[in-house]
Design a protein around this ligand. Sequence first.
Ligand code: SF4
Ligand code: SF4
Length: 438
Amino acid sequence: MASAPKSDSSPPVAQRPRARPLRDVVDYELLFDCVHCGLCLEACPTYVVTRAEMDSPRGRVYLMKALAEGALDLDADAVRHLDLCLECRGCETACPSGVRYGKLIERAREYVERNVRRPWRERIRNRLIAALFPYPARLRILLTPITAADRLGMRPLIRKLAPAAMRDWLDLIPPRAAPPPMVLAPPSAASAAAPAAVVHHGCVAKVLTNAENLNTEGALAAAGYRVARMGRTVCCGALDLHHGNFARAKQFARANIREFQRLGDAAILSAASGCAAAIAAYGDLLADDPEFAAPAREVSARVADLGTLMLARDYRFTREFRAAVTYHDSCHLAHGLGVREAPRQLLRAIPGVTLIELNEADLCCGSAGSYNLTERAMARELVRRKADNILATGADYVVLGNPGCELQIAAELRRRGAPVRVIHLADFLALAIRGANA
Ligand code: SF4
Ligand code: SF4
């Protein structure tokens, strides 16, 4: 039996004295929905890699229950198995008993962060991620030296000299030499009677892949939607939820809800499926907030996806775009929002596109928010597997619905020198709408 890849830092976590039972933190009753059938095991990326029961959803449910009941200490091993979960929610899709695993693991993470003192390197890394990623201005400053190095053609040298951890991080940043994506014309004024939609521009996406936001708006406008714009956009809170920081996630959620309420009943989209799934869960997140519970539920119910909205308007492509395409299911779109068929249907509707199904299309690529920065070994295993499957299709393009997956898969394909283009659905629709290769 393979063992779980080690943490990037060592020694592992140290427990603070007298950790409280998890029962206080997690919805304990939800643990009993699991009937231990094991049908989720092969859908779990970490189990597929390690074949270890404790790295499976069933094993982690056992673990959470044992912690909740005080039968197990929150020791380094327990934390390791919880840390290794990608929160991809593949297990939710596979589970016939409706176990709400995503909710369980989020609460368990919060418990871990409250009760465990991590080694100093992990603490610094996690604080840096939390201080930089939700703030586009800070992220731009961080990227300035890399942009300058790219201009001087020094990225390969820096990569060679950098420590392994830094090399993986560097690989995720798209090189400046890459051709900029085509961007559709900004939406013009639409009839007030047209259905409205608004795109949450996110934080990391706004800096690294903003064309996806603009093309989501452009495609919606092309399909006849009235595109509204948010005044103030803050992080959706997903990053904090993954890191067990519920307090800040709630602050972000409240700020976004105020802004979404200002925009009436507009459908809410994000080019980052992880952000869309986080907004769709605001109702749960703020269920106990007397002021925000009802607005949060209302906002969550308005979350939609680009493929479904385009199909709802019966959008017809008028130009040919010849390409062999495969489609990767981003976890939070497929498992979080249950959207699988709409993007495929839309791709099949483009004249000239041949859609080739991808083996293990809905198995996580290892990106998972900031997972590829904190769990590099497992993330690399998973992206290698994903790249093997992509290359086996022989496709020219791999289309997906999340910038994190795009950066992760593109980095691996670049390392291999593979000519497959990794592209967000919105950017691909922009090419198809313009008939760019005709
Ligand atoms: S969320 Fe993903 S990694 Fe975590 S247990 Fe479920 S399937 Fe496995
Ligand atoms: S989480 Fe669901 S699929 Fe997995 S063992 Fe429990 S009941 Fe079965």
